[in-house]
Design a protein around this ligand. Structure first.
Ligand SMILES: Nc1ncnc2c1ncn2[C@@H]1O[C@H](COP(=O)(O)OP(=O)(O)OP(=O)(O)O)[C@@H](O)[C@H]1O
Length: 248
């Protein structure tokens, strides 16, 4: 049920490309302060959902509110209140980390861009990357700079699309710690993933999308009480493949 405590609420939100339905009408509520894990196989519609919620795509049906603002009538307010880390971070390779971040800080109209950049680099523990060109960076380093860019303006809701894909185990662990700290600082996190291990460790609630439909939704508390790690995997594989009757 949408409420004033909702960080994300969608009502029949959907999109089609011609006859192909990428997202069937989705009704979903994510409360403020949650770390929500959106699970699904490749092509399930997770990125499409994030792109709708971040106003990068327009829905063909339904509506949604993000951080209290309507994605269709108030897209600029939505953008000001959210951060988005896409799966493949786009940065200016010939610029240093600091130059990239200063560019985005100015673009988003921050009052004290240099302070915001300094504090964010410090928060993410990447001050040593500040004056290096990002074109030489590994996937994990680029991910950190992308995350810095996404949180420069201290958004209320942070969208992460497959944030650990391509990271080594240390990178995965560091990212998980950062997610915990951001959440502890009050940020709601909406995270796409196909990794069960990721949701089990970080998330307070999960949803499973299969072929563009939400087929499961519950809190991690309920999930953990009802399913052990092994059966959770079975549940996920079952619902994601559309073989289970488990309903949202
Ligand atoms: N511009 C487009 N035109 C036509 N079909 C599209 C378009 N964008 C996405 N789709 C289709 O919508 C469906 C959902 O894609 P989406 O990228 O959201 O899935 P996903 O769950 O994020 O998968 P992945 O984990 O592989 O990124 C897919 O079948 C995809 O082919």
């Amino acid at each position: 049920m949408p409420s004033s405590n909702s960080a994300v609420s969608t009502h029949g939100l959907g999109i089609s490309y011609g006859d192909a339905v990428a997202l069937h009408p989705l009704t979903l509520d994510v409360q403020k302060g949650e770390v929500f894990g959106f699970l699904g196989h490749n092509g399930a519609g997770k990125t499409t959902t994030i792109r709708l919620l971040t106003t990068l795509l327009e829905p063909t049906t339904g509506s949604a509110r993000v951080a209290g603002h309507d994605i269709i009538s108030d897209p600029l307010k939505v953008r000001a209140a959210i951060g988005y880390l896409p799966e493949n971070v786009r940065l200016y390779d010939r610029f240093t980390t600091r130059e990239n971040l200063m560019f985005f800080a100015r673009l988003s109209g921050l009052e004290k861009p240099a302070d915001a950049v300094h504090e964010t680099l410090d928060f993410l523990n990447i001050t040593e990357l500040a004056d290096r060109r990002v074109g030489t960076f590994s996937k994990g380093m680029r991910q950190r700079v992308g995350l810095a860019q996404a949180i420069l303006h201290r958004p209320d809701v942070l969208f992460l699309d497959e944030p650990t894909s391509g990271l080594d185990p240390m990178g995965v662990r560091q990212l998980r710690e950062i997610i915990d700290r951001l959440n502890a600082a009050g940020m709601t996190i909406f995270m796409n993933t196909h990794l069960l291990s990721e949701v089990a460790r970080s998330c307070t609630s999960i949803g499973v999308l299969a072929q563009g439909r939400l087929v499961f939704r519950d809190t991690m508390q309920v999930v953990a009480a009802r399913y052990d790690e092994h059966s959770l995997e079975e549940l996920y594989v079952g619902v994601a493949a559309g073989h289970s009757e488990v309903a949202a």
